[in-house]
Design a protein around this ligand. Structure first.
Ligand code: GAF
Length: 380
């Protein structure tokens, strides 16, 4: 049993007494490239990291849910069966309740559950703590309910939990990443046709590493701004006569047909980011990792200037990383705070860490958390 599974099991025993029937875990993720493309039918290229969320569960005789987290070990949240409805559960327990609600929505007979959660995925860092909690809960609750779910169905149910129960209109990247990623690979997910491919990704073989810089910035407007970007893309697609922006066959001509400057820039980001992502896929399939660096940086520039989802902290992290020898750097995830990634020669990593810390201190910002990540396993 892994340390995380053991921690969830101990929390379960301390809270509810006895042992859980199952323990499942799902990782956080970083996205190498392909940002704000998933709800536009475009490609994404995430990989799982080794921070995980572990969910221990057991059927109980009382309908509804009793949930505890190692982040607040003394506080058991109870949800009556009648309250397992969108809008009636708030806070972190909504992700657990939403997952159980989505499973029940398949027609499965979901029993009353006791659930203990232990997670090392940082919250608000743009590393998919929500999807990890939803997917691990779905996997655990399906198992105790005797329901078999394939990876694709599980990811889509988790997305439904987040869209319709929690109320965040996310795409499918995060749930698919935490479910389907494999150790040593990035996940090439073409969200339009729904195809996935695992591409080996081994920066260490070239003396490189991927650093995650968690800026610790989390802007309160983030969810509203995300929804607004999604609406803009849908509006641009409707004006161009397609369902999703990635269905446009002639991106350059399409941009000329968009009169509104903001919509044109939003669409331009989606078109150029999709092209960059497929170019990175082509490069990784051909061999070395190092040449993808400039495409990562171009992605950041597009997210900053055209899509306008970066912020001061992310720009500072990226600019300082590039000035410290990174081959490429970009924000990762939805933006408005959260984390940046940098691809850097391992022998320059400590220089980057020192310089980013100093730059944040000089700017009067809280100290960022910086560490190397390796492509890790998905749902276990
Ligand atoms: C968030 C969302 F949850 C994803 O679906 C994706 O849109 C991402 O932002 C941006 O690429 O993580």
């Amino acid at each position: 049993m892994s340390t995380g599974d053991a921690a969830a099991t101990t929390l379960f025993a301390d809270t509810f007494g006895g042992a859980p029937q199952v323990v499942r875990s799902a990782p956080g993720r970083v996205n190498l490239i392909g940002e704000h493309t998933d709800y536009n039918g475009g490609p994404v290229l995430p990989f799982a990291i080794d921070d995980r969320t572990h969910v221990a569960a057991r059927i109980c005789s009382t309908p509804g849910l009793s949930v505890v987290s190692s982040r607040a070990p003394g506080e058991v949240v109870t949800v009556d069966a009648a309250d397992l409805q969108p809008g009636l559960v708030s806070g972190w327990a909504a992700y657990v309740a939403g997952a159980v609600w989505a499973l029940a929505g398949t027609g499965a007979a979901v029993p009353g559950l006791e659930v203990a959660v232990h997670s090392t995925v940082p919250i608000g860092a743009g590393l998919s703590s929500s999807a990890a909690l939803e997917c691990a809960t779905l996997a655990a609750s399906a198992m105790v309910a005797g329901v078999e779910l394939d990876a694709d169905t599980l990811a889509r149910l988790a997305q439904r939990a987040e869209n319709d129960f929690v109320g965040m209109p996310c795409g499918l990247m995060d749930q698919m990443a935490v479910t389907a990623c494999r150790e040593g690979s990035v996940l090439y997910f073409e969200t339009g046709p729904g195809t996935i491919r695992h591409l080996p990704f081994d920066p260490a073989a070239e003396g490189l590493e991927v650093l995650v810089i968690d800026t610790r910035a989390h802007h309160a407007l983030a969810d509203g701004e995300y929804a607004e970007r999604r609406r803009s893309c849908e509006k641009a697609a409707a004006l161009l006569g397609v369902g999703l922006l990635n269905e446009v066959s002639d991106p350059a001509g399409a941009l000329d047909r968009l009169d509104d400057d903001v919509l044109r820039r939003r669409a331009r980001h989606v078109f150029t980011e999709s092209a960059r992502t497929r170019e990175v896929v082509r490069m990784l399939a051909a061999g070395p990792v190092a040449p993808i660096g400039p495409l990562l940086t171009a992605s950041h520039v597009s997210l900053r200037d055209d899509f306008e989802v970066s912020c001061r902290e992310l720009d500072l992290a990226v600019d300082t990383a590039l000035g410290s020898g990174a081959l490429g750097a970009r924000m990762t995830g939805g933006g408005f705070g959260g984390s940046a990634i940098a691809l850097i020669p391992t022998d320059r990593a400590s220089v980057l860490v020192d310089r980013v810390r100093s730059a944040f201190a000089d700017a009067g910002l809280a100290a960022p958390a910086i560490r190397a990540v390796q492509p890790s396993a998905g749902l276990l």
